[in-house]
Design a protein around this ligand. Structure first.
Ligand code: GLA
Length: 726
């Protein structure tokens, strides 16, 4: 049993293989958080110390006991207006205008398997793999109820949390803030590790001390964003890649979010993950509910590496769905950096001919194939094939491509509309904009009101009419701007940000139901909506519009802290690189792209015969290593933000095979020899390095390392090790 309940003491204990999570409904019915950390037996009640803190308030039930204050006690889901002056998990404006929500224990349930969430992505698991605990809290005056949901995946060392807020009273209430998970840690000094960025430079690692200040990251952009990723690590001061205690919090959501970290007046640390409270005022009529997206929590006593490998496994096994959860993926050639919008059907067929010759499986027709889309100022919303531009129907084009033995994929951006489009002219109110104001344009486009079903239905039908024209085996779903003018003809303004995301999920789910074998790749100006929510629908997401392999080392490093390598859309592109102007070898571009989905984004016609041979070789290599990249354990060997060498490694689950990847980011004359230390090998087993044929003990490779060859700037190498037969 992963969930233990001491009925008498009202203590709830969640055990995973290596961790324990414990809480208690105390004598006043307040749900206290007692402990989360390495697995321990017994009651941890003694940790919730009560002291008289002078001017901290005391709940009325405590009578004259001045030591009982919610201002300092660790709580599981702190409401507001209760005398806890730290950040709240839940803020509700009641029917009478007051903002108090005093949540007290009202019961629990245990169920086999993992709970699901209505309309939202969530970790899924069978009755053998998971158990669910539901704890109900209630404000006894307003009858606002919160059902806290806990999913325990014992073997994965994962605990998921979510909350369903219900208006059990008779008047309307407005949810002003809704957290998904609160982590109150009573002792210790922690760092807050977050991943910030911008378009083309996503998910940079940042580590700051959690101080006596509320440190907040989040998004108000409508999507999870390039600027802050909805996933954080809370680490003890001495925790690093391979050692030390750390907690992970991954929000399974693709819209506005907020994560706060604060050390309170007496040294407790509170970390809250949940929905962004700006642009959010969610009305609930009597009987209505709001489901807060879930957070996947883990605790690792062996540093960030172990934490990442757990998230990778959890997402691969319990978030990914459909054929490509396990199936090998096609290597694709995308037309974007090859032609941008300057193409004809013949040019796309030439790409397919080149692809066939090189051993590439699929050609993807990116932006520019529909309506009047000759540049990025027009035609979004008009999802009809421009047959004049293609010189044929889409069906004919796909047949020609398939005839070459090459699969076909296509780009769409269903959530968007240009003012210069038939759709906008017919339905201007379908775009988010505030009456009487001019909307904010971005890439000269507006956002469709995906909170409205009729808008989604219309776009869905148009997209299906395109996909039904031929054998489409891949769809790249793009989203190239943020949401600004939150006003809808139908949806109350305070609901739009959330309902929009539900609309996106509903659309994605419908697409998957109708085309279960299509490989879906998410995208948002590159990696602007790279989150565990989207990974529930698309097993891969374009990691960044920056295809420079050297910049990609950092982008992919940051992404690797939570998301599986197989989910990172990554392509070999042309040189000089279109984003940075940098020139790197095909080898280096291949090594970087192999730490992802692996594909191409260039016109092979401009490659020399020698380069084409290298591409063929690269594809053979990728296929050879694919099982390691997709299913192997991933180890970060260096920090590309700090070290000259970027190095990472894949190890097969049984430890019999490993692939180390290295790129030199910065060179100097007369360099010292660099000894690369491997990880995850069997110390007493002998491994053979394939290229040199030399053998080494796993222990030697891990403890002393292996000298790297003398490499020049931006050069790359791969070292492939196999266990020697005994
Ligand atoms: C975004 C995507 C690119 C490409 C263009 C097309 O920027 O990230 O990969 O699809 O849109 O307009």
């Amino acid at each position: 049993m992963a969930i233990l309940v001491d009925e008498e003491k009202r203590i709830f204990t969640l055990h995973t293989e290596h961790t324990t999570y414990q809480m208690k409904a105390d004598r006043y019915g307040v749900l206290l958080h007692l402990y989360y950390g390495a697995r321990v037996p017994g009651s941890m009640e003694y940790l919730a110390v009560q002291r008289d803190r002078g001017f901290s308030g005391n709940i009325y039930d405590a009578g004259e006991d001045r030591t009982y204050s919610l201002d300092t006690l660790p709580q599981e889901y702190p409401g507001s207006g209760t005398g806890d002056f730290r950040s709240s998990a839940l803020v509700v404006r009641n029917a009478d205008g007051s903002e108090c929500c005093d949540l007290r224990y009202a019961g629990y349930e245990i169920a086999k398997g993992k709970y699901g969430l209505q309309g939202l992505p969530a970790v899924y698991a069978s009755g053998k793999e998971a158990e669910t605990l539901k704890i109900t809290l209630e404000d006894r005056v307003t009858k606002v109820r919160v059902q806290l949901l806990y999913g325990v995946l014992a073997a994965e060392d994962m605990i998921t949390r979510s909350a369903v807020i219900t208006n059990g009273g008779s008047g309307q209430v407005v949810v002003e803030k809704a957290g998904s998970a609160c982590l109150d840690l009573v002792s210790g000094d922690y760092d807050f590790i977050t991943f910030h960025g911008r378009h083309m430079m996503e998910r940079n690692f940042q580590r700051t001390e959690i101080l006596h200040a509320n440190q907040v990251i989040g998004s108000r952009r409508g999507a999870s964003s390039s600027q802050y990723n909805p996933a954080v690590i809370v680490a003890e001061k001495n925790a690093g890649e391979d050692f030390g205690n750390c907690y992970g919090m991954v929000f399974v959501y693709s819209g506005n979010f907020m994560c706060e970290a604060e050390k309170d007046q007496v040294g407790n640390t509170r970390v809250l993950m949940g929905l962004q409270n700006e642009l959010f005022h969610y009305p609930l009529e009597a009987g209505e509910s709001l489901t807060v997206p879930e957070t996947i929590l883990t605790f690792s006593s062996r540093g960030f590496g172990e934490l990442s490998r757990r998230y990778h496994r959890c997402i691969r096994e319990h978030i990914f769905r459909g054929k490509y959860k396990t199936c090998s993926k096609p290597i694709l050639l995308n037309s974007w950096e090859a032609f941008y919008m300057e193409f004809t059907g013949d040019k796309i067929c030439q790409l397919a001919e080149e692809a066939a010759e090189l051993g590439i499986d699929m050609v993807v027709l990116d932006d520019g194939w529909f309506g009047n889309r000759f540049d990025d100022n027009r035609a979004l919303g008009d999802w009809t094939v421009n047959e004049e531009k293609l010189g044929c129907t889409l069906g004919e084009l796909i047949q020609r491509i398939n005839g070459l033995g090459v699969k076909f994929g296509i780009w769409i951006e269903p959530e968007m509309v240009n003012e210069d489009s038939g759709l906008y002219r017919a339905h201007p109110d379908w775009a988010l904009q505030i009456p009487g104001r001019k909307p904010v344009r971005s890439r000269n486009q507006l956002v469709l009101d995906f909170s409205r079903k009729e808008v989604r239905d219309h776009i869905f039908d148009q997209i299906c009419a395109v996909l039904d024209q031929g054998n489409v085996e891949y769809v790249k779903w793009d989203m190239n701007r943020s949401l600004v003018d939150l006003y809808s003809a139908e949806t109350p303004a305070g609901k739009i940000a959330y309902d929009y995301v539900l609309g996106v999920y509903e659309f994605a789910e419908r697409l998957l139901q109708r085309y279960p074998d299509i490989l879906l790749e998410g995208c948002s100006g590159g990696g602007g909506r790279f989150d565990a929510g989207m990974l529930y629908y698309s097993t891969q997401i374009w990691c960044s519009d920056n295809t420079d392999p050297v910049d990609r080392l950092r982008i992919q490093y940051g992404t690797s802290f939570f998301y599986p390598i197989s989910s990172m859309g990554s392509h070999v592109s042309a040189v000089p690189n279109h984003q940075t102007g940098r020139v790197t070898s095909l080898k280096t571009r291949g090594v970087a792209a192999m730490s992802g989905t692996f594909g191409y984004e260039l016109n092979p016609a401009v490659l020399s015969g020698e380069e084409k041979e290298l591409v063929r070789e690269q594809i053979r290599e990728y296929r050879k290593y694919e099982h390691l990249i997709r299913r192997g354990d991933y180890y970060r060997l260096t920090d590309p933000f700090a070290d000259a060498y970027a190095a990472w490694e894949f190890v097969s689950e049984d430890g019999s095979e490993a692939l180390a990847n290295v790129v030199l980011q910065e060179t100097h004359a007369n360099k010292a020899v660099y000894y690369l230390k491997l990880k995850g090998l069997k110390p007493d087993a002998l491994y053979r390095e394939e290229e040199s044929g030399r053998t080494y003990y796993g222990g030697a490779l891990m403890e002393a390392g292996i000298p790297l060859p003398d490499m020049g700037e931006y050069q790359a190498c791969q070292l492939h090790f196999r266990l020697c037969p005994v």
